[in-house]
Design a protein around this ligand. Structure first.
Ligand code: UD1
Length: 339
C-alpha cells in the first residue's frame, strides 16, 4: 500500500517514514525542505534499506500539488506533518502560520476528496488543551483558547478536517494530539535538526552538554509542582512514529462509523524539568550546566496525557523510557558533531 507523508523529512515525519517502511508500506514523501534536508533521505535509507519516493513540493503550490495527485491516484492514506511549528515565530508572523498550516491543509484536502476513498492522519498537539483543569488530560478535556497563532492553527486544522469529514463520506481522519516528542532513532541516522537556537528543552540540553551552548536556562522554579519546575509528558519519537502507523491501520480497516477521531499520544507520565535534567545526566554520564531563571511567557504548569483511549481503542502504548529517549537524543547529538 502506498502512503503519502507530507513533511516526511522533518523530525517526526522522518521517524514515521521509517516505521511505515519497517512495516512494509510503500512511502511517498512530499517536503518543501524549508526546515529539513535531503540528507534525511539517506538516513532513512540506511535504517530501512529502502529509499522512499521523494517529491520536493510546497503544499501551497496548488498546481504542483494537483499534478502530484494526478500522478499518484493510488495513494491509500496520507500522514500530514508539513507545517510550521515555532510558537514565538507564529506570534511575530501570524499570517505566515495561517498560510503555511491552514491554506496548505485546505489545498491538500481539496485534492484528497477527489480521490475514490481517503484516509488521513493529522499532526495535532496537546497545546489545544492549554492549561487543562484536570490531569491527566483526556481527549474530553475542553479545547481552550489558543495561546499562540501556532496553537490556533492546530485547533482550526482539526475543525477544518472535522467539517470536511462530515460532508465528504469518502474521507476518514484521525487527529493525533502529541505531548512532547523527544529522542532520535537509536541508530543515530536520523533525529531532530533544530534551526538556530533550540526552543525546546531536550535539544537545548544536548547542545549544552556538547558545549554548543554555555548553559541551559530552566524557566521558573516557583510553579506549584513538587520541585517548582514545569511538568510535561516526554515521548520517544519512535513510540510516536509507531502510533501513526497504528492509527493509519485503524483507518484502513475502518472498524467504526466515526469518520473523525482524536487521540492523545503521550506516555501518561509527567516529568519536571529538573527530573529531565537528572535523567539526562544518568543516561549520558555528563554533568549539565544549568541555572534557574524566570518563567517563560505562555508556559503551562503541567501537562501529561490520559492514555486510556489510545491504549484501549488504538491498542497502542508507549514502550520506551525517558532515559532511553534522552540516551538516543544524546547519541544523535554526538554523531552530528563528528559528521
Ligand atoms: C512547546 C510549545 C508547544 C509545542 C511543542 C512542540 C511553547 C509555549 N509550547 O511545548 O506549543 O507543541 O513545544 O514540541 O513554546 N524549558 C526550559 N528551558 C529551555 C526550554 C524549555 O526550562 O531552554 C522548559 C519549559 O519551560 C517547559 C519544558 O522545558 O516547562 C518543555 O519545554 P519545550 O520543550 O519548549 O516544550 P513545551 O513548551 O511543552
Amino acid at each position: 500500500m502506498k502512503i503519502l507523508v507530507t513533511g516526511g523529512l522533518g523530525f517526526i515525519g522522518s521517524h514515521t517514514v521509517v516505521a511505515l517502511q519497517n512495516k512494509g508500506y510503500e512511502v511517498v514523501v512530499i517536503d518543501n525542505l524549508s526546515n529539513s534536508s535531503l540528507q534525511v533521505l539517506e538516513g532513512i535509507t540506511q535504517i530501512t534499506s529502502k529509499t522512499p519516493e521523494f517529491q520536493k513540493i510546497d503544499l501551497k503550490d496548488k498546481s504542483g500539488l494537483h499534478d502530484f495527485f494526478i500522478n499518484h491516484q493510488d495513494i491509500s492514506g496520507v500522514i500530514h506533518f508539513a507545517a510550521s511549528k515555532a510558537v514565538g515565530e507564529s506570534v511575530e508572523n501570524p499570517l505566515l502560520y495561517y498560510e503555511n498550516n491552514l491554506a496548505a491543509l485546505t489545498y491538500l484536502l481539496q485534492n484528497l476528496v477527489k480521490l475514490d476513498k481517503q484516509n488521513m492522519i493529522f499532526s495535532s498537539s496537546c497545546t489545544v488543551y492549554g492549561q487543562a483543569d484536570e490531569l491527566p488530560i483526556s481527549e474530553d478535556a475542553p479545547v481552550k483558547k489558543a495561546m499562540s497563532p501556532y496553537g490556533n492553527t492546530k485547533q482550526i486544522g482539526e475543525e477544518i478536517i472535522r467539517d470536511t469529514c462530515a460532508t465528504e463520506d469518502k474521507l476518514r481522519a484521525i487527529s493525533l494530539r502529541y505531548f512532547n516528542p523527544i529522542g532520535a532513532h537509536p541508530s543515530a541516522e536520523i533525529g531532530e535538526l533544530p534551526l538556530g537556537t533550540p526552543q525546546n528543552l531536550v535539544p537545548f540540553i544536548t547542545q549544552t552538554a556538547i558545549s554548543k551552548r554555555k548553559e541551559l536556562s530552566v524557566f521558573g522554579d516557583d510553579y506549584p509542582t513538587s520541585d517548582g519546575t514545569c511538568i510535561r509528558d516526554y515521548i520517544h519519537v519512535m513510540d510516536l512514529a509507531e502510533a501513526h502507523v497504528i492509527a493509519l491501520e485503524r483507518l484502513l480497516s475502518a472498524p467504526t462509523k466515526d469518520t473523525f477521531e482524536v487521540f492523545n499520544v503521550g506516555t501518561g507520565v509527567g516529568s519536571s524539568v529538573l527530573e529531565v535534567i537528572k535523567a539526562f545526566e544518568n543516561a549520558s554520564g555528563e554533568k549539565l550546566n544549568y541555572k534557574i531563571v524566570g518563567r517563560r511567557a505562555g508556559d503551562v504548569v503541567a501537562a501529561y496525557a490520559d492514555t486510556k483511549k489510545a491504549n484501549e481503542i488504538l491498542g497502542w502504548k508507549a514502550k520506551r523510557s525517558l532515559e532511553q529517549a534522552l540516551k538516543d537524543a544524546w547519541t544523535w547529538e554526538k554523531t552530528r558533531v563528528k559528521a
